[in-house]
Design a protein around this ligand. Structure first.
Ligand SMILES: C[S@@+](CC[C@H](N)C(=O)[O-])C[C@H]1O[C@@H](n2cnc3c(N)ncnc32)[C@H](O)[C@@H]1O
Length: 425
């Protein structure tokens, strides 16, 4: 690229001196219509102007351009912005002049620090529906989130109902720094609105953790929790109806909960699996028939300071019509629940915990027939325990069979046909 490119970020303020100099020299200017309008007084009359839309053709043209050029972008061009596309094509800008990012601007408008926030982009190429799913999962799992929305399937309406239902303080920050700027708090009564002005950023804040007491040192999700496969005592539970820690360890490894994924805990009981998935940063949904258990799941989630969505009712009747879980843990609900979850939603990963020998063949064949690679193990743990005389013994726990199905390449599946790999992206 022979062009001498200056990348200029805009946030509604007056461009600085360096930006004005670059604009005044530019023979070529590319940017969104609103950005070209904003800098029009600074551009020479004869400068070529290209309106972005699609980035590719304009960057192709820029690659052939010889002479001073400017590329205009919103906020910080290096933060989910045009700078990546430029560098991917080998361009080395002469200068990058960032403005205030829309995320920084939006949090400033509501007066909250954001060094503890997770920032997610719902922009995606072919699969923006998938991008929105991923962004919502991450936003729900974290106490403070900013979502960079995209018009269409990833606009605010894709996020607001679930974020409001989760009890978050939710805001839509529209057209920051531009004419028509509006930052609106969203409650249950307007969570279904669809008439938001673009561009916009959605903010979602857990009211109890709007200001984290500890000084944040690393933005976003904090990585793996400080402990997992937690002991049963870490959860309130009924009559030992809880997946034992050793079983949960293998199940969690196969479920692979992490930010951007949605994990279902079917027949959740104490909700220990759902809570642990949420601790890893996944959006966790617990399906449980007994009302008392649902209360206990909520209490366990609160005690661990995570959000778990609880759906009361018998599976499969209580399953939603449309959903796209990434992983499903089958802890209860029997074969009917297993068949419904696998056939209807085709999650990338399925893990079943089976105490009954009779069900092993049935669940194995279900997964294999649906094209999953199937693996399994029997977990028979013996825990170290004291004897009254001070010596040690091993106390055997009941064996549990774990079966898992994996839909894509590189997963842990061990037998069965490889299939439906295109879903694992
Ligand atoms: C490709 S990202 C660019 C982010 C940009 N680099 C920044 O630092 O703000 C585009 C998204 O940023 C957000 N955005 C950009 N400009 C905005 C504005 N003026 N008001 C509200 N949101 C804005 C919207 O979520 C939009 O979909």
């Amino acid at each position: 690229m022979r062009a001498e490119v200056t990348v200029i970020g805009l946030d509604g303020g007056v461009p600085g001196e360096e930006a004005r100099t670059a604009l005044g020299r530019a023979r070529f200017a590319a940017g969104a219509a609103r950005h070209l309008d904003a800098v029009a007084p600074h551009l020479p009359a004869g400068a070529e102007r290209r309106t972005l839309g699609a980035l590719g053709p304009v960057l192709d043209e820029l690659a052939e351009w010889d002479g001073p050029a400017v590329v205009l972008a919103s906020g910080d061009p290096g933060f989910f912005g045009v700078l990546r596309a430029l560098r991917e094509r080998g361009a080395e800008p002469a200068a990058v002049l960032p403005a205030v990012s829309s995320v920084a601007g939006a949090f400033a408008r509501i007066g909250l620090p954001w060094d503890d926030a997770v920032v997610v982009s719902a922009h995606g190429r072919a699969e923006s529906g998938r991008s929105a799913h991923r962004a919502l999962a991450a936003a729900l799992a974290h106490p403070k989130a900013a979502v960079l929305t995209a018009p269409g399937t990833a606009g605010p309406e894709a996020f607001l109902p679930a974020l409001v239902a989760a009890g978050r303080l939710v805001y839509v920050a529209q057209r920051l720094g531009g004419p028509g700027e509006a930052v609106r708090a969203v409650g249950p009564q307007d969570a279904g609105r669809t008439d938001w002005a673009h561009p916009n950023v959605v903010l979602a804040v857990d009211p109890e953790r709007a200001v984290a007491p500890a000084v944040a040192w690393m933005p976003g999700h904090q990585g793996a929790p400080d402990g997992w496969a937690l002991p049963e005592e870490a959860f309130a539970h009924r009559d030992s109806m809880i997946s034992k820690a050793e079983v949960r360890a293998v199940a969690l490894a196969r479920l692979a909960p992490r930010p951007g994924t949605e994990v279902w805990d079917i027949g959740a009981g104490s909700g220990s699996v759902a809570v642990e998935c949420a601790r890893f940063g996944a959006r966790a949904v617990a399906f449980e028939a007994a009302a008392r258990d649902c209360e206990r799941i909520r209490a366990n989630a609160r005690a661990h300071r995570v959000y778990v969505e609880v759906r009361e009712g018998r599976v499969p009747d209580s399953l939603p019509g449309r959903a796209a879980p990434d992983a499903v843990f089958l802890g209860g609900g029997g074969d009917a629940a297993a068949a419904a979850c696998v056939r209807r939603f085709r999650p990338g990963r399925v893990v079943a915990a089976l105490a009954s020998v009779d069900r092993i063949r049935t669940v194995h064949d279900l997964l294999a027939a649906e094209g999953y690679r199937v693996g399994g193990t029997q977990v028979q743990a013996s825990r170290l325990a004291p004897l009254p005389n001070g010596s040690l013994r091993f106390a055997a726990a009941n064996p549990v069979t774990l079966l898992w199905g994996t839909a894509g390449p590189g997963g842990p599946g061990e037998t069965g046909p490889a299939g439906i790999e295109e879903r694992w992206r």
